[in-house]
Every structure is written in structure tokens, then in C-alpha cells.
Design a protein around this ligand. Structure first.
Ligand code: SAH
Ligand code: MG
Length: 192
């Protein structure tokens, strides 16, 4: 795994942070999660780590960038998890899935989180979880807007609206964890 972590660092690929991924892997084990959908594979790092927990875990993961997709394919082969991971090279908004998943992991374009959530909750099992990464945006969601560049300010605004969307959601209850770059876990209220 150090090889992948090093590659990601050198090529500026935003894979999950160390304690964030540890949290996610533990969560998957603790809740006996078996079928996972991931939005944003990058080079396959988190998908591979989730698959390596247990042979019975299946991951479907979506990546729109061709170069990262190719790298992910190679890594999935290298770690011998081809039988457990399906990777789709497309924009997640073009992908229609009919399967249901125990966990949906949103780790893609920060400006689209509400849209990912609304689209893919239809693929969530009744008792399933939606986990989102990067809610702290490296601490930027807590910085005064006037101290941010216009571009970053826009993204922070979108992330804050996502947090607001989760907090005021009638259907889902969300817990926020200050691990990694900020992780949330949402579950349907009716099953709590
Ligand atoms: N989950 C990975 C990191 C993903 S980084 C890990 O922790 O190892 C986020 C990735 O999401 C990027 O590679 C980006 O290309 C991809 N992405 C962003 N928006 C997307 C979309 N709409 N559909 C598919 N992939 C998307
Ligand atoms: Mg992330």
C-alpha cells in the first residue's frame, strides 16, 4: 500500500487520508458491509483497501478520468482483487445502476455532493449507509469566506450547503466525524 500512497502523493491524487480510511475500514467491518458503491475511484486505493478486508466484499467504483481509471485497473490487478471490484469509466451522472448496496461512498467532485446523494440513495439498501469524504476540505470550511480565493470560496459554499442539506434531511440522520478530511455517515431515520 505504501507504493500507492507514494504514487498518489507524487501525482497529487487526493486519496483518503490515513485516519479517514482506517475509520472507513473499521466501519465496514463493524457493520458487516458487503456490497459497496464508490463514487470517485481515482487510482483505486480506497476500493482496493475495502476489498482487501474480506473476500466476500464486492466494490463497484466509478471514475470519469481516463488516466486514473487506467491506473486503477492496473492496481486492482496488482493486488489480485479483480474478482471483487468492478470499475466503471464514466461520469457518475451517466451511470444507471439497478443493484442495491449496503454502503455508498461519495468521494468525488465536492460541488456535486447533493446531486450524488439524491441520485444514488435509490441504490441504497434499506439499512444501508451513505458515507461522504472531505467535508472539512482541509479545514477550509471553517475559514472566513473573505480569506479564500473565489474558486475555493465557491466550493466551500457548496460543501457547507451539503452539510446543511444533511443536517436538515427528513429521510436521513447524519453523524459527522472529525477524522481524516471530515467524514459523515448517513442512515435512514426509519431504521434507527
Ligand atoms: N476514493 C479515492 C479518491 C477519489 S479522488 C481514494 O480514496 O483512493 C476523487 C475522484 O473522483 C477523482 O479521481 C475524480 O476524477 C473523480 N470524480 C469527480 N467527479 C466525478 C464524477 N462526476 N464521476 C466520476 N468520477 C468523478
Ligand atoms: Mg476524499
Amino acid at each position: 500500500m505504501e507504493k500507492l500512497e507514494k504514487y498518489a502523493k507524487e501525482n497529487n491524487i487526493p486519496i483518503m487520508m490515513k485516519d479517514g480510511i482506517e475509520f472507513l475500514l473499521e466501519f465496514i467491518q463493524r457493520n458487516n458491509v458487503k456490497n459497496i458503491l464508490e463514487i470517485g475511484s481515482a487510482i483505486g486505493y480506497s476500493a482496493i483497501r475495502m476489498a482487501l478486508i474480506d473476500k466476500n466484499i464486492k466494490v463497484t467504483t466509478i471514475e470519469r478520468d481516463n488516466e486514473r481509471y487506467e491506473e486503477a485497473l492496473k492496481n486492482i490487478k496488482d493486488y489480485n482483487v479483480e474478482e471483487q471490484i468492478i470499475i466503471i469509466n464514466d461520469d457518475a451522472f451517466n451511470v444507471e445502476l439497478s443493484d442495491k448496496y449496503d454502503l455508498i461512498f461519495i468521494d468525488a467532485a465536492k460541488s456535486q455532493y447533493i446531486k450524488f446523494f439524491e441520485k444514488f440513495k435509490l441504490n441504497l439498501n434499506k439499512n444501508g449507509f451513505i458515507v461522504s469524504d472531505n467535508l472539512n476540505f482541509h479545514g477550509l470550511t471553517k475559514v472566513e469566506p473573505k480569506d479564500l480565493s473565489k474558486n475555493v470560496r465557491g466550493l466551500v459554499k457548496k460543501l457547507n450547503s451539503y452539510i446543511e442539506f444533511l443536517n436538515s434531511n427528513d429521510e436521513f440522520e447524519t453523524y459527522f466525524y472529525d477524522v481524516g478530511d471530515g467524514v459523515s455517515v448517513s442512515q435512514r431515520k426509519e431504521v434507527l
